[in-house]
Design a protein around this ligand. Structure first.
Ligand code: KG4
Ligand code: ZN
Length: 341
């Protein structure tokens, strides 16, 4: 029975968690910097690093307290080593390595996207390898074949914007706060798909995606409506939000389905911040019944960045003896370069 402390600090959330290899997630604490960055319309890297620095130790203390443990009960410390913002990653890496050194325990550098990919294991209904994974976050829209834990094959990627980025950028055009995905989703609940927005590359026979054309289409739509003296508010705003949500989710669903058809793998994992989207989940749930595959999601509160997914991967890697006393962060890191365990 091992206990792993997980530290996530790759972007604008400081996430801490303790994962027990036998009993699962013991405790987790999270601080989101979203309010700090909102006024700038996106994440300001230097402000992010400083805020991680302020919050990380109190959050570790709180997490240990919630778990009724002390640092002496921890067997290893897992931390996000990349990809992400250099300064933000360095805060987590430094704290992890300093704590580990002081307590004579190893550290385990973790790939942030592996955390997202495996986060559905934190749900009651757990996927088993092999599975297809749709990773839809603010920075990534990738379809992976997960052959083993650690052996990831990239099947499809976006040519330009990620799905979350498409939500966020179109939300910004509509005057919604950052990050806009959840605001579009909220508005869409009362909207109708009145506007027919493009679904780029939906008919291509490969798993490549593209979302940047959607921005142009939304910009043109806003400009046309404004010319007709139609205000972008109320029902019009809700209808645009619904049309955006339908367009993005249709592409994600179609490409994931194609991956299932092409590989014959009948288990699908949806992860990353966009996996919190209810319309996306409904579409996948319906198709899973129709096409006879099984779909898995992370628990809702663990869709966006958190320490639990890092502690979880840390526990897997620790069990396989993968620890590291070197001190490194990799702001750019190819997921398919990991070694199978
Ligand atoms: O995985 P994540 O927390 O951060 C990255 O690693 O990028 O994902 C954040 C992304 C943002 O683009 C955000 O707008 C999107 O996830 N998101 C959503 C929803 N909740 C968060 N997109 C659509 N619908 C949602 N309910
Ligand atoms: Zn993330």
């Amino acid at each position: 029975m091992t206990k792993i402390l997980g530290i996530e600090s790759s972007c604008d959330e400081t996430g801490i968690a303790i994962y027990d290899s036998k009993t699962g997630l013991v405790a987790d604490t999270l601080y989101s910097q979203i309010d700090l960055h909102r006024q700038y319309g996106g994440v300001v890297p230097e402000l992010a690093s400083r805020d991680h620095l302020r919050k990380i130790i109190p959050l570790i203390d709180e997490c240990l307290h919630l778990a009724n443990l002390t640092i002496k009960d921890i067997d290893a410390i897992a931390y996000t080593a990349g990809p992400g913002l250099n300064g933000a990653l360095l805060v987590g890496a430094t704290v992890a390595n300093a704590l580990a050194f002081a307590n004579q325990i190893p550290t385990i550098p973790i790939h942030h996207l592996e955390g997202h990919l495996l986060s559905p294991i934190l749900s009651h209904d757990k996927p088993e390898v092999p599975f297809i994974a749709l990773l839809a976050s603010g920075g990534h829209s990738q379809i992976m074949a997960v052959h083993k834990i650690g052996k990831y094959e990239l099947l499809g990627d976006t040519l330009d914007d990620a799905a979350g980025e498409a939500f966020d950028k179109t939300a910004k055009m509509l005057g919604l706060p950052y990050p806009g995905g959840k605001y579009i989703a909220e508005l869409a609940t009362t909207g109708n798909e009145v506007y027919n927005l493009p679904r780029p590359m939906i008919h291509s026979k490969d798993l490549t995606m593209s979302f940047s054309g959607l921005k142009t289409a939304v910009l043109t739509l806003i400009s046309n409506l404004t010319k007709q003296d139609i205000k972008i508010e109320g029902q019009v705003l809700a209808d645009i939000a619904k049309s955006i949500e339908e367009s993005i989710t249709d592409v994600l669903v179609k490409k994931s389905l194609l991956a299932i058809e092409q590989t014959g793998i009948k288990q699908l994992v949806i992860s990353g911040g966009v996996s919190a989207n209810k319309t996306l989940r409904n579409k996948f749930d319906n198709l899973a019944k129709k096409h006879g595959f099984k779909v898995f999601y992370p628990p809702l509160k663990l869709c966006t960045d958190n320490g639990a997914m890092i502690a979880l991967v840390g526990a897997y890697r620790f069990e396989h003896g993968i620890t590291d006393y070197s001190f490194t962060v990799k702001p750019r890191w190819d997921l398919t370069s990991l070694e199978a365990i």
